[in-house]
Design a protein around this ligand. Structure first.
Ligand code: NAG
Ligand code: NAG
Ligand code: NAG
Ligand code: NAG
Ligand code: NAG
Ligand code: NAG
Ligand code: NAG
Ligand code: NAG
Ligand code: NAG
Ligand code: NAG
Ligand code: NAG
Ligand code: ZN
Length: 425
């Protein structure tokens, strides 16, 4: 039977109302607030998350940074960077050569430079440098963290971590922070720890010392500009670090964070590394944990906030990691590093506090359900960061509430319309 012939005009009107109601829903959901951390964090469509937006506190200053994704150099008019470099240059070794990749056969098998890429060295030979952190010191503890963010479509992943009340360490690339400053802000607002992961993600040992400095400096400055905090930890891209690079990081107040286990989640190429390789690596790591390997000293596993695959694997393996390790904590928490940033008004809980249930202290949202925060993070260039009194939880929950309202509204119209249709048929 032909439906259209059977519909009287009143029913057409009702159908039109349904369509209008639906259009209204679509319209309301497709215009999110792209100017605040809270607005950005509420977007659920990954394509929308990844469409670019302008954030003036960062875009207005981008001229004071090197071109994104290019080897960083100290800008000619950047007197602050020049002064800092001049103050540390004298302490950087000049007898450690700039490297090539992969390590050449001419490199001494004694590994005089403690070059991780050569033989996984993490205990510097140059005096004055602390060993790299490559495991969480606490027993049966996973130092949890993700490299290469912020990824534009990370809301599903961060929402998942929030639902688990789980905090992690995020190693942010400066060039990504410049593109996605509100995503970077979310890490702090959610109570995660932020470390630097260079400006353009190079093999750091292949750069001259001044460029090594600039890669770290501009990453730190971009995180400060976009998020409001200056990191005190970093992770070398590809783990490529030696004592020359370590000494520059050290002079900038950056602790070097490595790993001992690698999921290879960022290396999938469909050939030597497949999706299945990554699954197997996760499973091997979990089996290693299960046999007591981390009973006296915990672990750090290399995983990435790089794309949907790496974040999806993190979500899917979280329950197994959670049931295998006694504790999963940000690396800084495993180190009792209560002051994670140069700015002293932010703190992390101690390991003891974290495992007792206090997963954040000040500087972050108080609880995922807290509705006391009503203001949104400031947009000003000097202080764009979310603060304790201005968490995004209030805004996020009111957004969730309005979404729920829209669903109730839509369903209401659907039911009324169907009832009307039936009664008039
Ligand atoms: C440096 O010069 C660039 C233009 O080349 C400009 O955009 C930027 O604002 C200047 N930075 C400082 C710190 O003066
Ligand atoms: C850095 O130090 C080296 C030698 O230690 C010196 O040749 C160079 O001029 C210095 N560079 C700056 C910018 O101070
Ligand atoms: C480089 O020189 C320092 C002293 O400045 C010395 O302690 C170190 O062993 C030297 N390193 C290498 C690799 O020769
Ligand atoms: C646990 O498993 C790992 C990986 O299979 C192995 O290298 C290690 O020796 C095992 N340790 C113990 C205590 O069984
Ligand atoms: C590791 O700790 C677990 C739980 O305490 C224990 O059952 C297991 O025997 C330990 N394994 C090793 C290798 O020490
Ligand atoms: C983020 O992840 C998405 C989804 O996998 C990917 O398409 C995009 O290239 C990533 N973007 C960045 C900036 O990492
Ligand atoms: C991966 O992409 C799918 C499809 O867009 C999305 O539903 C899912 O939430 C994403 N997962 C993560 C962890 O980002
Ligand atoms: C962290 O603090 C606790 C409690 O004081 C202590 O037992 C633990 O050894 C500390 N861990 C580190 C890595 O300093
Ligand atoms: C945050 O905590 C640190 C360390 O406990 C403290 O020094 C600082 O005053 C606190 N800041 C605020 C804003 O509460
Ligand atoms: C920390 O201090 C900075 C600079 O004064 C300020 O912008 C920020 O809101 C403060 N954060 C907290 C959590 O108090
Ligand atoms: C937050 O709310 C959810 C759902 O209402 C609840 O399951 C969870 O326990 C709450 N979390 C806290 C920390 O209160
Ligand atoms: Zn990386």
């Amino acid at each position: 039977m032909q439906l259209s012939k059977k519909i009287p005009s009143l029913q057409k009107l009702v159908l039109a109302l349904i369509v209008l109601g639906k259009l209204h829903l679509v319209d309301a959901q497709s215009s999110p607030d792209r100017s605040t951390e809270a607005g950005e964090a509420a977007i659920t469509d990954p394509n929308q998350e990844c469409s670019s937006y302008d954030y003036p506190p960062v875009s207005s200053q981008i001229g004071s940074f090197p071109p994104q994704w290019e080897k960083a150099t100290i800008l000619a008019n950047d007197s602050a960077a020049q002064a800092k470099w001049a103050s540390i240059n004298g302490s950087i070794p000049t007898n450690i050569s700039v490297k090539t990749q992969p390590p050449p056969s001419s490199y001494s098998s004694d590994d005089p430079d403690c070059w991780w890429t050569y033989n996984l060295c993490t205990t510097p030979k140059l005096s004055g440098l602390s060993p790299d952190v490559s495991a969480a010191p606490e027993p049966s503890t996973l130092g949890y963290g993700f490299d290469d963010g912020p990824n534009c479509s990370h809301n599903a992943f961060y929402d998942f971590l929030q639902s688990q009340n789980q905090k992690a360490t995020f190693y942010f690339i400066g060039s990504n922070v410049a593109d996605w400053p509100l995503e970077a802000q979310r890490a702090l607002a959610d109570g995660h720890e932020i470390c630097a992961h260079t400006w353009s993600h190079p093999y750091m040992t292949t750069f001259a010392s001044e460029n090594v400095f600039a890669e770290l400096w501009y990453c730190m400055q971009m995180i400060k500009l976009a998020v409001g905090v200056t990191p005190t930890c970093w992770r070398p891209p590809y783990g490529d670090v030696d004592d020359r690079v370590r000494s520059i990081a050290h002079a900038l107040g950056l602790q070097t964070i490595m790993w001992e286990y690698d999921t290879e989640d960022a290396s999938v190429n469909g050939k030597s590394v497949t999706d299945q390789t990554v699954v197997t690596n996760y499973q091997d790591f979990i089996n290693t944990a299960k046999n007591g390997t981390f009973n006296s000293t915990g672990a750090i596993l290399l995983t990435h906030e790089l794309n949907n695959f790496t974040m999806s694997e993190a979500v899917s393996f979280y329950p197994q990691l959670k049931s295998t390790f006694q504790h999963i904590v940000p690396v800084g928490v495993s180190l009792n590093k209560t002051q994670p940033y140069v700015e002293s008004n932010y703190s992390l809980p101690t390991f003891e506090q974290y495992i007792a249930g206090t997963v954040t202290t000040n500087g972050t949202r108080i609880s995922p359900n807290d509705t006391s925060g009503s203001s949104t993070p400031s947009d000003s260039a000097s202080a764009p960061s979310p603060s304790a009194s201005a968490t995004r939880s209030g805004a996020a929950s009111s957004n969730a509430a309005s979404e729920t309202k829209m669903h109730v509204y839509g369903t209401f119209w659907l039911v009324v319309s169907l009832l009307t249709l039936c009664s008039l048929w």
